[in-house]
Design a protein around this ligand. Structure first.
Ligand SMILES: Cc1cc2nc3c(=O)[nH]c(=O)nc-3n(C[C@H](O)[C@H](O)[C@H](O)COP(=O)(O)OP(=O)(O)OC[C@H]3O[C@@H](n4cnc5c(N)ncnc54)[C@H](O)[C@@H]3O)c2cc1C
Length: 481
């Protein structure tokens, strides 16, 4: 079985005893809580997309490891074409779900791990790659959902790992003959309780002396010692309060759900450990993961989100009778510009992808285009939200509840006074959908997901050959060295 349906994925989740808390309460079953259920529903829809022939090329491929059709979510790319399809898969899932592609960080950590473990086995004579490939075959054969865990809780940002509370960065506290023991906590983990496994990678570039923090491995969901503490905010409360999901901004798939994962002496057998103590390679793993994630999460995924914002705004434009206004068209064009640059750069990053390292068979995108894609998204997403909010008007945040349409007193008033060219009900529905984007969690989420702006600025500057550009300018200007 190399491809599961959404129902099969959910059946698998139903068997897991989740050690999860939300808003101070234990969640025994993800289906029972309206917020955690959105993660299950989003992942299930993602699995079902893989069954639709129309999307087969984008979502699936033949695995060179097991010789069967597998989901691209568990396939580290083996060509530039694979990378392109990976980017397209992010666009597609974002368009269909309007929420996080929860299997995205896991897929991208797999890309980095496949590449670095190959290099380590070649140069150090380790067995990390062999182990990783065996684990990956198991994941592929069972079509398991995998999340990616990189970001430590960190504590004070000016302290290196180990200098403050030693557990603020995930670390190895014990090495045993049969495996290692982990302690620490990770923050912002997208949908991590709603998967089968999590692949862990270093969140900082550990230096010499920080070996316990150089760790990559795979853990099973809810294994002993793991606690998940889910995010909770006003939109979580709204979903809990509203018995009827259809009145929410993204009715089925919700906001982006994340959680904190606490590792309290979690045992990981050696066959699931892919890096342990090699600080130099831990840094490279982090960089290779980031390279991949900026193309997919920073660039293409957000192009899918922007499609939804642009589409919703156009629906409102037509209902408000603004479709002939040249200023409005300009604003829409600005939104489309931002979307196309992020998308175009992500695809360019894939096209210029290279085998890394040579001989490994694994491909990673072009870093410059990936960083530029993410930078464009960081700034551009706010711009898109600005224009969408401008066009929707103050109603984007002042609209009454759609529940007024169920009240015999307020229904006729709302219907009369809030109709435009569209009935009040349709206008309110689409405005609520847009509110989810422009007045919700996505601005900050998009900025920080795949790393804050400064990270890409550093990489872009570092990777640019300024000497070469100087020479070009000097040569043409007739300046001698
Ligand atoms: C919605 C969402 C989903 C996510 N999903 C995942 C996931 O699935 N898996 C995962 O591992 N991570 C995930 N992340 C984590 C994401 O990569 C981080 O949020 C991001 O890297 C920023 O880290 P931080 O939030 O701790 O902010 P910080 O690191 O605190 O950054 C805040 C600001 O401080 C600056 N700063 C931080 N440290 C320093 C320093 N030493 N010197 C100078 N300036 C500094 C930063 O540049 C930034 O401007 C997710 C984040 C979000 C918001």
């Amino acid at each position: 079985m190399a491809l599961r349906t959404g129902d099969q994925y959910k059946e698998g989740q139903a068997k897991i005893k989740h050690n999860l808390y939300i808003n101070g309460k234990k969640v025994e079953n993800l289906e029972d809580n309206p917020n955690t259920k959105t993660v299950l529903d989003a992942n299930a829809r993602g699995y079902d997309l893989g069954m639709e022939p129309e999307y087969d090329e984008i979502t699936n491929t033949i695995s060179p490891l097991i010789g069967e059709k597998v989901s691209r979510w568990v396939h580290p790319s083996c060509s530039a074409k694979d990378l392109e399809m990976r980017a397209e898969m992010a666009v597609l899932n974002s368009q269909k779900l309007g929420t996080c592609n929860y299997r995205c960080p896991g897929c991208d950590v797999m890309h980095g791990t496949a590449s670095i473990t190959y290099e380590m086995d070649q140069k150090l004579g380790t067995e990390y790659h062999k182990r990783f490939i065996e684990w990956l075959k198991y994941i592929q054969k069972n079509d398991l959902a995998v999340s990616g865990s990189v970001m430590d809780v960190k504590g004070p940002r000016d302290l290196r790992p180990g200098k403050g509370d030693p557990d603020h960065y995930l670390r190895v506290v014990e090495k045993r003959p049969d495996g290692i023991v982990l302690r620490g906590a990770r923050l912002h983990q997208s949908g991590a309780y709603g998967v089968d496994e999590t692949i862990v990678a270093p969140g900082v570039a550990p230096r010499q002396g920080e070996e316990p923090y150089a760790i990559a491995c795979a853990i099973k969901n809810s294994q002993e010692g793991i606690t998940y503490i889910a995010q909770y905010n006003a939109m979580s409360a709204e979903r809990e309060f509203m018995a009827d999901n259809s009145k929410l901004g993204n009715p089925i798939y919700g906001q982006r759900e994340t959680c904190m994962i606490v590792f309290d002496n979690v045992f990981v057998p050696w066959e699931r450990v892919f890096l342990c103590g090699e600080t130099e390679y831990a840094h490279s793993l982090l960089l290779r993961f980031a390279k991949q994630h900026r193309m997919s999460c920073g660039g293409s995924c957000k192009a899918g989100f922007m499609d939804l914002i642009i589409g919703a705004t156009q629906v409102l434009i037509e209902s408000l009778g603004l479709d002939k206004a040249s200023m409005i068209r300009q604003q829409m064009t600005e939104m489309i510009r931002v979307r196309e640059i992020s998308y175009g750069l992500a695809i360019a990053a894939a096209y210029r992808g290279k085998e890394e390292p040579k001989g490994s068979g694994f491909y990673l995108p072009n870093d410059t285009f990936g960083n530029a894609a993410k930078l464009n998204t960081c700034d551009g997403f706010w711009e898109v939200m600005k224009w969408a909010g401008d066009i929707a008007g103050g109603f984007a945040v002042t609209m009454p509840s759609e529940k007024e349409l169920e009240n015999s007193v307020t229904k006729p008033l709302v219907e009369k006074y809030l109709k435009t060219y569209a009935p009040a009900e349709d206008r309110m529905r689409m405005t609520k959908f847009l509110q989810n984007w422009i007045a919700g969690l996505h601005g900050v989420g998009t900025w920080h997901g795949a790393g804050p702006r400064q990270n890409q600025m550093i990489m872009l500057y570092r990777d640019t050959d300024l000497e070469k550009k100087k020479q070009m300018a000097k040569e043409l200007a007739g300046l001698k060295d």
